[in-house]
Design a protein around this ligand. Structure first.
Ligand code: NAD
Ligand code: WQD
Length: 337
């Protein structure tokens, strides 16, 4: 059985990917330091998982801890999710972001190499496209960083390209996620942001469940059909399957890749609000406020390369994203607490 190490394993996307990898027949070992997640995720995963939940509490920046994990479990590949991800916080605390996101990746790769494990799937982001001037976004579109978080994703991709160029034994897959939303269909795991959610769907979910009074819509004067921002929302379980496909490709064929993981379909803030109201049967009151600094008007993927290279495409629509988010939010109004 092929062993896959998941870093950031207790986090939102990794916890869903854990189940998808196990369903695909991989042995999964999770690593997390709970910097932005709850140990309770592991109990929920144990209820849902088809196999044992194997977990090591460790910091990906800690060489001794990571060496011990590799020595114990001998993974054939790593799916590296561990990182900080709040754009605003990265502007005020850039060093924390460079240390954790870049330091964590470099340390993980060094430990991997020492243990002869040279296949890695990396969580990149559509943020690497900066302000897109042409839509849909193809992988060969220009890249740029508009904040330190985005810079860590651009640099992370560059580090992996440089490794592949130095030593062809390295096989790397950078997956540029668009906007992951939704939850596992069981409603037992989902996104559980600490404090006020930065992202749209978790905020909408907390309004629908009554934790917050109203959504602030950041601008309705963008050059989009209804004036609100347009994004490519992707169901977290589709995204999880994208990781399974990328890993399979690295294990089966030589070479490295960088691909978009999106649906190719854009929806506005108000489209999402209406879809959430329909899925939840609850009203989502909102007010229009000023634009959020740094936001782009519209962003959606050309998902053709992922279809071609990975044989993967998104299957779940916006109604399903909202229905699954709502089941999680409704059944767990305070998240994992
Ligand atoms: P998350 O915060 O829920 O998960 C990240 C996990 O990594 C957390 O459990 C956290 O405790 C852990 N972690 C952080 N630093 C660590 C360290 N030094 N050692 C061990 N564990 C550590 O975030 P997520 O939304 O699941 O994102 C996962 C990855 O995907 C991140 O790399 C993020 O940048 C990337 N990404 C997320 C989105 C999004 O919108 N959610 C979009 C694009 C890319
Ligand atoms: C979506 C739309 C907002 C909240 C961010 C990161 C990006 C990536 C995904 C990690 C926009 C609007 C939002 C609210 C609103 N993360 N909005 N009211 O900005 O596309 O991307 O998360 O890599 O790097 O920048 O996602 O969910 O924050 O916003 O009106 O309270 O919803 O203006 O149009 P975004 P988002």
């Amino acid at each position: 059985m092929t062993t896959v190490l998941l870093t950031g394993a207790a986090g939102y996307i990794a916890s869903h990917t854990w189940l998808a990898l196990q369903a695909a027949g991989y042995r999964v070992v999770g690593v997390d330091n709970f910097a932005n997640s709850s140990p309770r995720v592991l109990e929920r995963l144990a209820e849902l998982a088809p196999a044992a939940i194997e977990f090591e509490q460790a910091d990906v920046c800690d060489t001794a801890q990571m060496d011990a994990v590799f020595a114990r479990h001998r993974p054939a590949a790593v799916v590296h999710f561990a990182a900080f991800k709040a754009v605003g916080e990265s502007v005020s605390q850039p060093l924390a972001y460079y240390r954790n996101n870049i330091g964590g990746l470099v340390n993980t790769c060094e430990v991997m190499k020492r243990h002869g494990c040279m296949r890695i799937v990396f969580s990149s982001s559509a943020t690497v496209y900066g302000s897109p001037d042409q839509l849909p976004l193809r992988e060969d579109a220009p890249t740029s960083a508009t904040n330190p978080y985005g810079a860590t994703k651009l640099m992370g991709e560059q580090i992996l390209r440089d490794l592949g160029a130095a030593e062809p034994a390295w096989q790397t897959a950078s997956l540029r996620y668009f906007n992951p939303v939704g939850a596992h269909e069981s409603g037992r795991i989902g996104e559980d942001p600490r404090g006020t959610p930065n992202n749209l769907m978790p905020y909408v979910a907390q309004v629908a469940v009554g934790r917050r009074a109203a959504l602030s819509v950041f601008g309705n004067d963008y050059p989009t059909p209804d004036g609100t921002g347009v994004r490519d929302y992707i169901h977290v379980m589709d995204l999880a399957e994208g990781h399974v496909a990328a890993l399979r490709r690295l294990l089966d064929q030589p070479g490295s890749l960088t691909v978009n993981v999106g649906t190719g379909q854009g929806y506005s803030v108000l489209d999402l609000v209406r879809a959430y109201e329909a899925a939840s049967g609850r009203p989502v009151p909102y007010e229009i406020v000023a634009r959020r600094p740094g936001d782009v008007a519209a962003c959606w993927a050309d998902p053709a390369l992922a279809r071609e290279l990975l044989g993967w495409e998104a299957k779940l629509d916006l109604a399903r994203m909202c229905a699954d988010s709502w089941r999680w939010q409704h059944d767990n109004p305070q998240g994992f607490n």
